[in-house]
Design a protein around this ligand. Structure first.
Ligand SMILES: Nc1ncnc2c1ncn2[C@@H]1O[C@H](COP(=O)(O)OP(=O)(O)OP(=O)(O)O)[C@@H](O)[C@H]1O
Ligand SMILES: O=C(O)C1=C[C@@H](O)[C@@H](O)[C@H](O)C1
Ligand SMILES: [Mg+2]
Length: 187
């Protein structure tokens, strides 16, 4: 695990970033349970808000429109406390989203890292893989991954997940942030 020096003095929300299949949704739910915080996933919040699936939004409105909606959802959720938030894999592509994340006080950003091959294989084992627009645009997948990496790496914590279970990943995050939690929410 790599820890960047600028971890916030107080943490009242944890945001998980990383490519599709990094484990943001899986680990985020576990982490929130352990902290007794709320867990939200921007993909799910967006789908509920727009009353359409991500595949439908991509097909009907295009990716630029999806990114705009995603950025609005993230901006809104960054005002919540005691929240673990899993971001969509491509959220860091949007400059306004990156800015909102880096300027959000008391927010700890955690990058879940693995190789592209491992993450593709994790995604392919999930139901609905055939409907995922970015996953299925295979020609652009590696360049998207490489373009996003420097943004993911701006996170406060970087965790290599390839050799870990989701529970071990969650435990590593807890160990790294527990001294910084604003309130003692651990049992
Ligand atoms: N060490 C690990 N950490 C996290 N997930 C793992 C790990 N090993 C295997 N997995 C599996 O990989 C999958 C990760 O998928 P998940 O939906 O959590 O990723 P995601 O980062 O939220 O992706 P997306 O950007 O597509 O929403 C899950 O099925 C999970 O069980
Ligand atoms: O990597 C991406 O661009 C995406 C990841 C998913 O979480 C969803 O936000 C959507 O399918 C796009
Ligand atoms: Mg997810």
């Amino acid at each position: 695990m790599k820890t960047n020096p600028q971890l916030p003095a107080c943490i009242s929300r944890i945001v998980l970033v990383g490519f599709m299949g990094a484990g943001k949704s899986t680990v985020g739910a576990l982490l929130a349970q352990q902290l007794r915080w709320r867990f939200l996933d921007t993909d799910t919040v967006l789908e509920t808000r727009v009353r359409a699936t991500i595949a439908e939004i991509f097909a009907q409105q295009g990716e630029a429109s999806f990114r705009q909606l995603e950025s609005e959802v993230i901006r809104d959720l960054l005002s919540e406390h005691h929240l673990v938030l899993a971001l969509g894999g491509g959220a860091v592509e949007t400059a306004a989203t990156r800015e909102a994340l880096l300027n959000s006080p008391e927010t700890c950003i955690v990058f879940l890292e693995a190789t592209l091959e491992i993450m593709i294989s994790r995604c392919e084992q999930q139901p609905g893989a055939a409907l995922r627009p970015v996953l299925n645009d295979r020609e652009r997948l590696r360049s998207r991954f490489e373009d996003r990496l420097p943004h993911y790496r701006n996170a406060h914590l970087v965790i290599q997940t390839a050799q870990l279970t989701p529970d071990e990943t969650s435990q590593q995050i807890l160990a790294a942030v527990s001294a910084f939690l604003k309130e003692n929410t651990l049992a």
